[in-house]
Each structure stands twice: as C-alpha cells, then as structure tokens.
Design a protein around this ligand. Structure first.
Ligand SMILES: *Cc1c(COP(=O)(O)O)cnc(C)c1O
Length: 317
C-alpha cells in the first residue's frame, strides 16, 4: 500500500473531465484579521461541498466491473460518505455507508440523494467502522478505509497541485486533518513542486488522534469529541501518518471555539460558508500569529457542509 507523486499527477489527468479547478482568492478584511496575506482555496464549491470528492472519483474510476457489481462499503460522519456516493453515481458502483446514529439527518439524506445506501449504526464512528467491516466480510463488497486507501490520497492530492502550480512561491499551506489524507498528499506535492513551502496540519484539540500519532511516531487512539465532523477521528491511520512522518513541517491544535470564530470570519470577510473542518486551517493561522506573520499562506476551505448547529452559531457573538 503506497503512494507517489506520479499517482497524484495521474489522478489530476483523470479528474480533468469531472471537476474544474476550484478558485483561490484573498480578501483584504481576512488579511487584516490574520495580520498576514492569506489565500483561501475554495473546496467548499465542489459538487458535494467538500474536497473529498476528488478522492472518491479517483477511487471509483479505478474499480473493475466485478467490483462495481459487488459494490463498496465504508464508514463516515458525512463528507467521505457523500464523496463515495457521488462517485458511485458517476461510475455506476453500488455504495453502502455506515454512519453513526447521531449523524444529522441532512447528511444521510445527501448520501441517499446520490443513490447510495446510508445505514445508521452504533453510537460512534468506531461502531460504524465495525459494522462496515462486517458488511464487507458478508457481502464481498470492497471495504474502503477513509484513511488507508491510496486512491483517496492520490485524488485529494490534486488540490495541492492546483495550489502550488498557481503559487509556487507560497511559504506555507495549512491543511485541516481528520484521518490525514489531505495533509499527507499535500506533503508529497510540496516536496516535488514547491520544496520551500511548509505543509502545516491542524486538528481540533477535542479529537487529537492524528496530531498525537504524528508527534509520538506511533498510531494512537484518543477521545473523539470535536463538533467539526470532518476532523472527527479516534485513531491515527497508517498510510497518511507514514507519509507525513518526515515531511510535515508542523502540526497545530485549535479548540472548537477558535474554529467557530474562523467560520464567522470566513462568512463575513470571505463570502464563504464553511463547516467547522473547513475553517480549521484558518483557525490555525489566526491562533498562531507568530508562525505566520509576514508569510505567504494558503488555507484550504475543505468543506461547506455546515449542519444546523453550525449555522446557528454563525450569528451568535
Ligand atoms: C474529511 C475532511 C477533512 C479532513 O481530511 P482528512 O483527509 O481526513 O484528514 C477536513 N475538512 C473536511 C471538510 C473534511 O470533510
């Protein structure tokens, strides 16, 4: 199970006919608040509202006719589910997603809207994972790990090709992390295209498994309490951790309140509706001014699927 820069380039060729490049802009009021120049890469404008669709399409494009018939199964709190559901619709692959019972109705509905099956299972992501594994064993469906699947990393890596080919002079790219596929792929791209650009990861202190895994050099389990669904994972994943190990420049933690502040700022200063995970990179910049002052920085707004609670907290001040 491995991944190279060439896989990311190949994914870009494949995705050309499916997804236009997303836009990247800076905003004076955002720069003023951050005290530095910040480019926002708008993955919230993807067809499922998140960058993960790049990984789902790359994976599904490579499935064999037999695999398409047996189908795929995965577990997710939302965006990975929508990504596979959408890609399954595009490539005619059956798709079943196990989602924790507490998943907002809208997220399950979005999955079903693309013709996939959403199954509510258990009170945690870990319970949903167990059920997905059991379903794969019983039906022969291909089990798709949201973290340890090279095709997903290759696909999401295309975000960073777009950013760094446009702006090879960047000092830093800040990437929100759940399982780490995006940050790991960003490291491989930066290494080849812009070795002077530091890739900096951000996770919520309420769900620090990827952060703690990277710091300790071990795959660890941690409490998983963040309200930002895209950052919610209880364990480190082998493949992204291995890729990040000697390549990631730094790994920051922010708290959920700092993420909410960053969502408000994106809404008012950057015309952008971000979900929690989509604002976490900006929260990392805002909360670490010493690291970013005077630097040319890009943050990825990874997703815009704000749930009802996230919408409600936008206006509270
Ligand atoms: C999944 C997700 C992330 C984290 O990505 P990983 O590749 O799992 O680290 C960040 N933001 C959003 C919106 C996501 O859906």
């Amino acid at each position: 199970m491995d991944l190279s820069f060439d896989d990311i380039r190949a994914a870009r060729e494949l995705l050309r006919s499916h997804l236009p490049p997303t836009s990247m802009w800076s905003y004076p009021l955002l720069d003023a608040a951050a005290g530095t120049s910040v480019l926002v890469k708008h993955e919230n404008t993807q067809p499922v509202g998140a960058f993960k669709v790049r990984g789902g399409l790359t994976l599904m494009a490579g499935t064999s006719p037999a695999e398409r018939e047996r189908g795929t199964v995965t577990w997710s709190t939302g965006n990975h589910a929508q990504s596979l559901a959408y890609a399954g619709h595009v490539f005619g692959v059956k798709c079943t997603v196990f989602m924790p019972a507490g998943t907002p109705t809208g997220k399950a509905a979005a999955v079903e809207g693309w013709g996939a099956r959403a199954v509510r299972a258990g009170d945690s992501l870990e319970a949903a994972e167990r059920q997905a594994r059991q379903h794969a064993a019983e039906t022969g469906a291909r089990l798709v790990s949201p973290g340890d699947t090279p095709e997903l990393l290759a696909g999401v890596g295309t975000v960073y090709l777009e950013i760094l080919e446009q702006r090879p002079d960047l000092d830093a790219i800040v990437v929100p992390v759940g399982s780490g596929t995006g940050a790991a792929a960003a490291c491989l791209v930066a290494e080849q295209v812009a070795p002077g650009c530091a890739v900096i990861a951000v996770q919520s202190s309420a769900s620090p498994a990827a952060h703690d895994s990277w710091r300790s050099g071990d795959l660890v389990e941690r409490p998983n309490g963040t309200v930002a669904a895209g950052l919610a994972t209880g364990r480190g994943f082998e493949l992204p951790q291995r890729v990040m190990r000697n390549r990631l420049a730094d790994f920051l933690l922010v708290d959920d309140e700092q993420i909410t502040e960053a969502r408000r700022l994106l809404a008012t200063a950057a015309h952008t509706l971000a979900e929690g995970a989509g604002a976490a990179a900006l929260a990392g910049v805002l909360s670490h001014p010493d690291l970013f002052n005077g630097k040319r920085v890009a943050v990825v707004c990874t997703g815009g699927n704000a749930d009802a609670d996230e919408l409600a907290t936008l206006s509270r001040k």
